[in-house]
Design a protein around this ligand. Structure first.
Ligand code: PAF
Length: 284
């Protein structure tokens, strides 16, 4: 594995591969890599010849007062983890490389409000502007043929797919399934903000999603009632619920009768961490 710390370094590292006609996959991350991230790298290697993993804690996707300053930065451990993965290039740029005009002068990509201003976008205004802005740059710098994103950040994934399609960025987006701890808790760098007891409690998120999925599969169609039950189940365990919604999987809007693919999405507040999770429900 080689390392690149600037745009120029990355482009130089990738040029011979591109000339040789090798396909390049990008796995964008903010580092602090866990098994979930490594599964994205494994998947990327199945779709391309050369895998680039970026590690960049992107300041533009954090609102003032969010966890940008305390977000875990563990580049040395990340390097070790990637060494025993199929990653070929670790790209770890600095802020000035990603935002050469300075953050206040940067060109921002604005996602469509219909998809971006609900769910996570409702409580994190501007968050997805920052995500799309950095992902577009990473794709343009790497000229990746494929990019892999986890379904855990489901709204982010849909917005990135929408952007790539709309702007013709050229990368095919591959969706990677959520990786869970044995308790069912979706893997996330933010899980480490939790004390052990809260970590155990947080597994209730997945249990709640599974119980709602089972009820829909059994034929229940009062989605508002199901959402209210799900919220109650979590609040009864002292888990704060920012949202719990059952939506049409590809539009994130309230489902209509013809929608066959639904998604149950939740954002929960525990002491020290805000966690998100989601689960697909395909109606037959
Ligand atoms: O999902 C993440 O870790 C980040 O939002 C991403 C896609 C790497 C952009 O900074």
């Amino acid at each position: 594995m080689i390392e690149a710390h600037s745009r120029g370094d990355l482009q130089q590292a990738l040029a011979p591969h591109r000339q040789a006609g090798r396909r390049i996959a990008l796995v964008p991350t903010m580092g602090n890599l866990h098994a979930g991230h490594l599964s994205l790298v494994e998947l990327a290697a199945q779709h391309a010849d050369v895998v680039v993993t970026s590690v960049f804690v992107n300041p533009t996707q954090f609102a003032p007062g969010e966890d940008f300053n305390r977000y875990p930065r563990t580049l040395s451990d990340d390097r070790t983890a990637l060494e025993s993965s199929p990653c070929d290039v670790l790209f770890a740029p600095g802020v000035a490389d990603m935002y050469p005009a300075g953050i206040d002068n940067t060109v921002i990509i604005k996602p469509p409000p219909k998809l971006a201003n609900r769910l996570c976008g409702a409580s994190r205004p501007g968050h997805f502007d920052g995500v799309l802005t950095v992902v577009a740059r990473l794709l343009l710098i790497s000229l990746a043929d494929v990019a892999v994103f986890g379904e855990k950040d489901y709204q982010q994934l849909l917005l990135i797919e929408h952007m790539c399609h709309e702007l013709g960025l050229g990368a095919r987006i591959v969706r990677a399934p959520v990786v869970r701890e044995s308790s069912g808790l979706a893997m996330s760098s933010r899980n480490q903000y939790l004390q052990p007891a809260q970590r155990q409690l947080a597994s209730a998120l997945y249990a709640t999603l599974l119980s709602l999925q089972a009820r829909i599969r059994q034929g229940e169609r009062d989605l508002a009632g199901l959402e209210a039950d799900g919220r109650r189940q979590l609040r009864d365990r002292n888990i704060g619920v920012e949202y719990l919604q059952i939506v049409a999987a590809e539009t994130l809007q309230q489902p209509i009768d013809s929608d066959r693919q639904l998604r149950i999405l939740v954002a929960a507040i525990l002491p020290g961490a805000r966690l998100i999770d989601n689960l697909a429900v395909d109606l037959i």
